[in-house]
Design a protein around this ligand. Structure first.
Ligand SMILES: Cc1cc2nc3c(=O)[nH]c(=O)nc-3n(C[C@H](O)[C@H](O)[C@H](O)COP(=O)(O)OP(=O)(O)OC[C@H]3O[C@@H](n4cnc5c(N)ncnc54)[C@H](O)[C@@H]3O)c2cc1C
Length: 319
Protein backbone atom coordinates (compact mmCIF):
# COMPACT_ATOMS: atom_id res chain seq x y z
CA UNK A 1 0.00 0.00 0.00
CA UNK A 2 1.21 3.55 -0.78
CA UNK A 3 2.56 5.68 2.04
CA UNK A 4 0.22 7.96 3.97
CA UNK A 5 0.71 11.62 3.11
CA UNK A 6 0.84 14.15 5.94
CA UNK A 7 0.51 17.90 5.47
CA UNK A 8 2.77 19.56 8.03
CA UNK A 9 2.13 23.15 9.00
CA UNK A 10 4.91 25.51 9.99
CA UNK A 11 5.32 28.99 11.40
CA UNK A 12 8.50 31.04 11.22
CA UNK A 13 10.43 28.06 9.89
CA UNK A 14 9.35 25.68 12.66
CA UNK A 15 6.96 22.74 12.31
CA UNK A 16 3.85 23.07 14.48
CA UNK A 17 3.54 20.50 17.27
CA UNK A 18 0.03 19.53 16.08
CA UNK A 19 1.59 18.53 12.75
CA UNK A 20 4.15 16.35 14.56
CA UNK A 21 1.15 14.56 16.06
CA UNK A 22 -0.26 14.15 12.55
CA UNK A 23 3.01 12.48 11.50
CA UNK A 24 2.87 10.19 14.57
CA UNK A 25 -0.77 9.34 13.75
CA UNK A 26 0.12 8.51 10.13
CA UNK A 27 3.07 6.39 11.30
CA UNK A 28 0.72 4.36 13.48
CA UNK A 29 -1.35 3.53 10.38
CA UNK A 30 1.59 1.36 9.38
CA UNK A 31 1.99 2.09 5.66
CA UNK A 32 4.95 4.47 5.87
CA UNK A 33 4.78 8.25 5.92
CA UNK A 34 5.57 10.94 3.39
CA UNK A 35 5.27 14.47 4.75
CA UNK A 36 4.72 17.58 2.66
CA UNK A 37 5.87 20.97 3.98
CA UNK A 38 5.19 24.29 2.27
CA UNK A 39 6.99 27.62 2.21
CA UNK A 40 10.13 28.49 4.15
CA UNK A 41 10.92 25.80 6.72
CA UNK A 42 14.27 25.25 8.46
CA UNK A 43 16.14 22.21 7.13
CA UNK A 44 16.74 20.64 10.59
CA UNK A 45 12.99 20.92 11.23
CA UNK A 46 12.24 19.03 8.01
CA UNK A 47 14.79 16.36 8.91
CA UNK A 48 13.40 16.06 12.43
CA UNK A 49 10.11 14.72 11.05
CA UNK A 50 11.90 11.37 10.80
CA UNK A 51 11.83 11.17 14.59
CA UNK A 52 8.06 10.72 14.44
CA UNK A 53 8.02 8.31 11.52
CA UNK A 54 8.34 10.26 8.23
CA UNK A 55 10.51 8.45 5.70
CA UNK A 56 10.32 11.11 3.05
CA UNK A 57 9.65 14.85 3.24
CA UNK A 58 8.53 16.78 0.15
CA UNK A 59 9.44 20.44 0.53
CA UNK A 60 7.64 22.95 -1.70
CA UNK A 61 9.80 25.96 -0.81
CA UNK A 62 8.19 28.47 -3.23
CA UNK A 63 8.25 31.74 -1.21
CA UNK A 64 4.66 32.47 -2.27
CA UNK A 65 3.70 29.52 -0.05
CA UNK A 66 4.91 31.39 3.04
CA UNK A 67 1.32 32.61 3.22
CA UNK A 68 -1.19 29.90 4.12
CA UNK A 69 -3.45 30.33 1.07
CA UNK A 70 -5.98 27.48 1.09
CA UNK A 71 -6.29 27.23 -2.70
CA UNK A 72 -2.52 27.10 -3.30
CA UNK A 73 -1.89 24.70 -0.42
CA UNK A 74 -4.65 22.38 -1.61
CA UNK A 75 -3.19 22.32 -5.13
CA UNK A 76 0.26 21.38 -3.80
CA UNK A 77 -1.16 18.67 -1.53
CA UNK A 78 -3.33 17.19 -4.30
CA UNK A 79 -0.28 17.02 -6.58
CA UNK A 80 1.73 15.35 -3.80
CA UNK A 81 -1.07 12.78 -3.26
CA UNK A 82 -1.02 12.06 -6.98
CA UNK A 83 2.77 11.80 -7.31
CA UNK A 84 3.11 9.67 -4.18
CA UNK A 85 0.06 7.58 -5.11
CA UNK A 86 -1.18 8.24 -1.57
CA UNK A 87 -4.72 7.20 -0.72
CA UNK A 88 -4.73 8.69 2.77
CA UNK A 89 -4.01 12.29 3.79
CA UNK A 90 -3.61 13.12 7.48
CA UNK A 91 -3.45 16.69 8.75
CA UNK A 92 -4.12 18.71 11.89
CA UNK A 93 -7.67 19.94 12.52
CA UNK A 94 -6.48 23.54 12.61
CA UNK A 95 -7.86 26.76 11.15
CA UNK A 96 -5.71 26.11 8.07
CA UNK A 97 -5.98 22.30 8.05
CA UNK A 98 -9.78 22.15 8.16
CA UNK A 99 -10.54 24.10 4.95
CA UNK A 100 -7.68 22.36 3.16
CA UNK A 101 -9.06 18.97 4.23
CA UNK A 102 -12.48 19.89 2.79
CA UNK A 103 -11.05 21.19 -0.49
CA UNK A 104 -8.71 18.22 -1.02
CA UNK A 105 -11.51 15.75 -0.20
CA UNK A 106 -13.86 17.34 -2.76
CA UNK A 107 -11.20 17.52 -5.48
CA UNK A 108 -9.96 13.96 -4.95
CA UNK A 109 -13.31 12.32 -4.23
CA UNK A 110 -12.07 11.24 -0.81
CA UNK A 111 -14.11 10.40 2.30
CA UNK A 112 -13.48 13.11 4.88
CA UNK A 113 -13.46 12.94 8.67
CA UNK A 114 -12.57 15.98 10.76
CA UNK A 115 -12.10 16.28 14.53
CA UNK A 116 -10.81 12.70 14.67
CA UNK A 117 -9.71 11.72 18.17
CA UNK A 118 -8.34 8.18 17.85
CA UNK A 119 -6.54 5.86 15.48
CA UNK A 120 -8.94 4.15 13.06
CA UNK A 121 -10.36 0.70 13.49
CA UNK A 122 -9.90 -1.52 10.46
CA UNK A 123 -11.85 -4.56 11.71
CA UNK A 124 -13.57 -6.68 9.01
CA UNK A 125 -12.03 -4.67 6.20
CA UNK A 126 -13.76 -1.43 7.24
CA UNK A 127 -12.06 1.86 8.09
CA UNK A 128 -13.86 3.62 10.90
CA UNK A 129 -12.81 6.65 12.88
CA UNK A 130 -14.07 8.24 16.07
CA UNK A 131 -14.91 11.95 15.81
CA UNK A 132 -15.54 14.51 18.50
CA UNK A 133 -18.88 16.27 17.89
CA UNK A 134 -21.18 18.84 19.53
CA UNK A 135 -18.16 20.86 20.73
CA UNK A 136 -16.68 17.84 22.49
CA UNK A 137 -19.84 16.68 24.28
CA UNK A 138 -20.28 13.51 22.22
CA UNK A 139 -18.51 11.21 19.79
CA UNK A 140 -19.60 9.74 16.49
CA UNK A 141 -18.11 6.72 14.76
CA UNK A 142 -17.84 7.15 11.01
CA UNK A 143 -16.93 4.60 8.34
CA UNK A 144 -14.86 6.04 5.50
CA UNK A 145 -15.85 4.06 2.43
CA UNK A 146 -13.93 5.74 -0.41
CA UNK A 147 -10.52 4.43 -1.39
CA UNK A 148 -9.13 7.89 -0.77
CA UNK A 149 -9.45 9.27 2.73
CA UNK A 150 -8.74 12.62 4.36
CA UNK A 151 -8.38 12.58 8.15
CA UNK A 152 -8.13 15.82 10.13
CA UNK A 153 -7.02 14.96 13.66
CA UNK A 154 -7.74 16.76 16.88
CA UNK A 155 -4.91 17.50 19.29
CA UNK A 156 -3.91 14.40 21.33
CA UNK A 157 -5.42 11.94 18.78
CA UNK A 158 -2.06 10.17 18.65
CA UNK A 159 0.74 9.76 21.13
CA UNK A 160 3.71 11.89 20.13
CA UNK A 161 6.21 9.05 20.33
CA UNK A 162 9.73 9.24 18.90
CA UNK A 163 10.38 6.26 16.63
CA UNK A 164 13.79 7.27 15.23
CA UNK A 165 14.91 6.75 11.65
CA UNK A 166 15.96 9.20 8.97
CA UNK A 167 14.03 11.05 6.31
CA UNK A 168 14.97 11.99 2.81
CA UNK A 169 14.11 15.67 2.18
CA UNK A 170 13.17 16.15 -1.48
CA UNK A 171 12.47 19.50 -3.21
CA UNK A 172 8.93 19.55 -4.55
CA UNK A 173 8.06 22.02 -7.31
CA UNK A 174 4.51 21.49 -8.57
CA UNK A 175 3.32 23.95 -11.20
CA UNK A 176 1.15 26.61 -9.57
CA UNK A 177 -0.91 29.17 -11.46
CA UNK A 178 -2.01 32.69 -10.57
CA UNK A 179 -5.46 31.23 -9.88
CA UNK A 180 -3.91 29.27 -6.98
CA UNK A 181 -3.07 32.56 -5.30
CA UNK A 182 -6.59 33.94 -5.42
CA UNK A 183 -6.37 35.43 -1.93
CA UNK A 184 -3.69 37.43 -0.15
CA UNK A 185 -3.26 37.79 3.58
CA UNK A 186 -2.84 41.54 3.98
CA UNK A 187 -2.09 41.62 7.70
CA UNK A 188 -1.68 39.17 10.54
CA UNK A 189 -2.21 39.77 14.23
CA UNK A 190 0.29 37.66 16.07
CA UNK A 191 -0.58 35.83 19.26
CA UNK A 192 1.58 36.91 22.16
CA UNK A 193 3.04 34.65 24.84
CA UNK A 194 5.71 31.98 24.70
CA UNK A 195 3.29 29.08 24.28
CA UNK A 196 0.54 29.19 21.65
CA UNK A 197 -2.90 28.52 23.09
CA UNK A 198 -4.25 25.99 20.51
CA UNK A 199 -1.06 23.91 20.80
CA UNK A 200 -0.45 24.15 24.53
CA UNK A 201 -0.23 21.08 26.73
CA UNK A 202 -1.10 23.18 29.76
CA UNK A 203 -3.44 26.18 29.81
CA UNK A 204 -3.87 28.56 32.74
CA UNK A 205 -7.04 30.54 32.19
CA UNK A 206 -8.63 33.41 34.09
CA UNK A 207 -12.15 34.77 34.34
CA UNK A 208 -13.94 37.77 35.77
CA UNK A 209 -13.02 36.52 39.24
CA UNK A 210 -9.51 37.89 38.58
CA UNK A 211 -11.10 41.34 39.08
CA UNK A 212 -9.00 43.28 36.56
CA UNK A 213 -6.05 43.17 34.15
CA UNK A 214 -3.69 44.49 36.81
CA UNK A 215 -3.99 41.17 38.66
CA UNK A 216 -2.89 38.94 35.78
CA UNK A 217 0.71 38.88 37.00
CA UNK A 218 0.04 36.07 39.49
CA UNK A 219 -1.74 34.05 36.79
CA UNK A 220 1.12 34.61 34.33
CA UNK A 221 3.63 33.59 36.98
CA UNK A 222 1.82 30.26 37.41
CA UNK A 223 1.67 29.82 33.62
CA UNK A 224 5.38 30.56 33.29
CA UNK A 225 6.23 28.07 36.03
CA UNK A 226 4.24 25.36 34.25
CA UNK A 227 5.39 26.41 30.75
CA UNK A 228 1.70 26.92 29.99
CA UNK A 229 -0.27 29.16 27.65
CA UNK A 230 -2.62 31.73 29.13
CA UNK A 231 -6.34 31.84 28.28
CA UNK A 232 -9.40 33.70 29.51
CA UNK A 233 -13.19 33.78 29.47
CA UNK A 234 -15.10 35.85 26.91
CA UNK A 235 -16.04 38.79 29.16
CA UNK A 236 -12.39 39.16 30.11
CA UNK A 237 -11.35 39.67 26.48
CA UNK A 238 -14.50 41.73 25.73
CA UNK A 239 -13.52 44.14 28.50
CA UNK A 240 -10.02 44.36 27.06
CA UNK A 241 -8.36 42.83 30.10
CA UNK A 242 -6.71 40.25 27.83
CA UNK A 243 -6.20 39.99 24.03
CA UNK A 244 -9.00 38.40 22.01
CA UNK A 245 -6.84 35.49 20.85
CA UNK A 246 -6.84 34.22 24.46
CA UNK A 247 -10.63 33.94 24.60
CA UNK A 248 -11.54 30.28 25.15
CA UNK A 249 -14.95 28.77 24.47
CA UNK A 250 -17.72 28.24 21.98
CA UNK A 251 -17.04 31.56 20.26
CA UNK A 252 -13.30 31.54 20.92
CA UNK A 253 -10.39 29.08 20.82
CA UNK A 254 -11.18 25.44 21.52
CA UNK A 255 -8.38 23.85 23.48
CA UNK A 256 -7.55 20.22 24.27
CA UNK A 257 -4.57 20.38 26.64
CA UNK A 258 -3.39 17.73 29.08
CA UNK A 259 -4.19 20.18 31.87
CA UNK A 260 -6.62 23.14 31.96
CA UNK A 261 -6.54 25.32 35.06
CA UNK A 262 -9.57 27.63 35.34
CA UNK A 263 -9.26 30.48 37.82
CA UNK A 264 -12.23 32.65 38.74
CA UNK A 265 -14.30 31.32 35.83
CA UNK A 266 -17.89 30.32 36.62
CA UNK A 267 -18.10 27.49 34.04
CA UNK A 268 -20.87 28.72 31.75
CA UNK A 269 -21.83 26.23 29.07
CA UNK A 270 -20.31 28.45 26.36
CA UNK A 271 -16.95 28.40 28.14
CA UNK A 272 -17.08 24.64 28.77
CA UNK A 273 -17.68 24.07 25.03
CA UNK A 274 -14.10 25.18 24.41
CA UNK A 275 -12.42 23.17 27.16
CA UNK A 276 -14.24 19.88 27.61
CA UNK A 277 -11.73 17.96 25.49
CA UNK A 278 -9.04 18.73 28.09
CA UNK A 279 -7.55 15.62 29.70
CA UNK A 280 -7.62 17.07 33.22
CA UNK A 281 -9.47 20.15 34.48
CA UNK A 282 -8.56 21.95 37.69
CA UNK A 283 -10.93 24.65 38.92
CA UNK A 284 -10.08 27.37 41.43
CA UNK A 285 -13.12 29.35 42.51
CA UNK A 286 -14.20 30.93 45.79
CA UNK A 287 -17.81 29.83 45.25
CA UNK A 288 -18.21 26.12 46.08
CA UNK A 289 -21.40 26.09 43.96
CA UNK A 290 -19.73 27.41 40.79
CA UNK A 291 -20.94 25.20 37.90
CA UNK A 292 -17.34 24.62 36.71
CA UNK A 293 -16.74 22.26 39.65
CA UNK A 294 -19.14 19.75 38.03
CA UNK A 295 -16.81 19.51 35.03
CA UNK A 296 -13.61 19.48 37.12
CA UNK A 297 -11.29 16.59 37.88
CA UNK A 298 -9.86 18.56 40.80
CA UNK A 299 -11.23 21.62 42.51
CA UNK A 300 -9.93 24.16 44.98
CA UNK A 301 -12.55 26.25 46.77
CA UNK A 302 -10.68 29.40 47.65
CA UNK A 303 -9.79 32.96 46.80
CA UNK A 304 -7.59 33.09 43.70
CA UNK A 305 -5.45 35.83 45.24
CA UNK A 306 -4.66 33.56 48.13
CA UNK A 307 -4.40 30.25 46.25
CA UNK A 308 -2.37 31.26 43.17
CA UNK A 309 0.84 32.51 44.85
CA UNK A 310 0.85 29.45 47.14
CA UNK A 311 0.28 27.07 44.23
CA UNK A 312 3.05 28.67 42.16
CA UNK A 313 5.45 28.57 45.12
CA UNK A 314 4.62 24.90 45.77
CA UNK A 315 5.21 23.96 42.10
CA UNK A 316 8.51 25.86 42.07
CA UNK A 317 9.57 24.06 45.25
CA UNK A 318 8.58 20.68 43.79
CA UNK A 319 10.63 21.39 40.68
C1 LIG B 1 -23.78 33.32 22.39
C2 LIG B 1 -22.81 33.33 23.55
C3 LIG B 1 -21.52 32.88 23.34
C4 LIG B 1 -20.61 32.89 24.39
N1 LIG B 1 -19.35 32.41 24.19
C5 LIG B 1 -18.48 32.36 25.23
C6 LIG B 1 -17.18 31.81 25.06
O1 LIG B 1 -16.78 31.38 23.97
N2 LIG B 1 -16.36 31.76 26.14
C7 LIG B 1 -16.74 32.24 27.37
O2 LIG B 1 -15.94 32.17 28.31
N3 LIG B 1 -17.97 32.75 27.55
C8 LIG B 1 -18.84 32.83 26.51
N4 LIG B 1 -20.06 33.39 26.70
C9 LIG B 1 -20.36 34.04 28.01
C10 LIG B 1 -20.74 33.03 29.08
O3 LIG B 1 -22.12 32.77 29.02
C11 LIG B 1 -20.41 33.58 30.47
O4 LIG B 1 -21.05 34.80 30.65
C12 LIG B 1 -18.91 33.79 30.72
O5 LIG B 1 -18.20 32.60 30.41
C13 LIG B 1 -18.67 34.14 32.17
O6 LIG B 1 -17.35 34.53 32.33
P1 LIG B 1 -16.62 34.37 33.75
O7 LIG B 1 -16.79 32.98 34.23
O8 LIG B 1 -15.26 34.93 33.60
O9 LIG B 1 -17.42 35.43 34.64
P2 LIG B 1 -18.52 35.20 35.78
O10 LIG B 1 -19.67 34.42 35.29
O11 LIG B 1 -18.78 36.55 36.34
O12 LIG B 1 -17.78 34.32 36.87
C14 LIG B 1 -16.75 34.76 37.68
C15 LIG B 1 -16.41 33.65 38.64
O13 LIG B 1 -15.30 34.03 39.40
C16 LIG B 1 -15.51 33.57 40.73
N5 LIG B 1 -14.73 34.47 41.62
C17 LIG B 1 -14.97 35.76 41.93
N6 LIG B 1 -13.98 36.24 42.71
C18 LIG B 1 -13.11 35.23 42.88
C19 LIG B 1 -11.88 35.11 43.59
N7 LIG B 1 -11.35 36.13 44.26
N8 LIG B 1 -11.24 33.91 43.56
C20 LIG B 1 -11.77 32.85 42.89
N9 LIG B 1 -12.92 32.92 42.22
C21 LIG B 1 -13.58 34.10 42.20
C22 LIG B 1 -17.00 33.70 40.97
O14 LIG B 1 -17.42 32.82 41.99
C23 LIG B 1 -17.53 33.28 39.61
O15 LIG B 1 -17.78 31.89 39.55
C24 LIG B 1 -21.00 33.39 25.66
C25 LIG B 1 -22.32 33.84 25.86
C26 LIG B 1 -23.21 33.81 24.82
C27 LIG B 1 -24.60 34.28 25.06
Amino acid sequence: MAATLVFVESAEGKIRSTSLEAVAYAHALGNGVTAVALGTVDQPELESLAKYGAQKVLHASDARLDQGIVQAYSSVILKAMQDENADVLVLANSSLGTPIAAKVAVKSGASLASNVVELPSTANGTFTVKRSIYTGKAFSVVELTSVKKVIAIKKNAAELKEVGGSAQVVPFTPALTDADFNATITSTEKATGEVLLPEANIVVSGGRGMKGPEHWGILEELAKTLHAATGCSKPVSDMGWRPHHEHVGQTGVKVAPQLYIAIGISGAIQHLAGVNSSKCIVVINKDADAPFFKAADYGIVGDAFDVLPKLTAAIKAAK
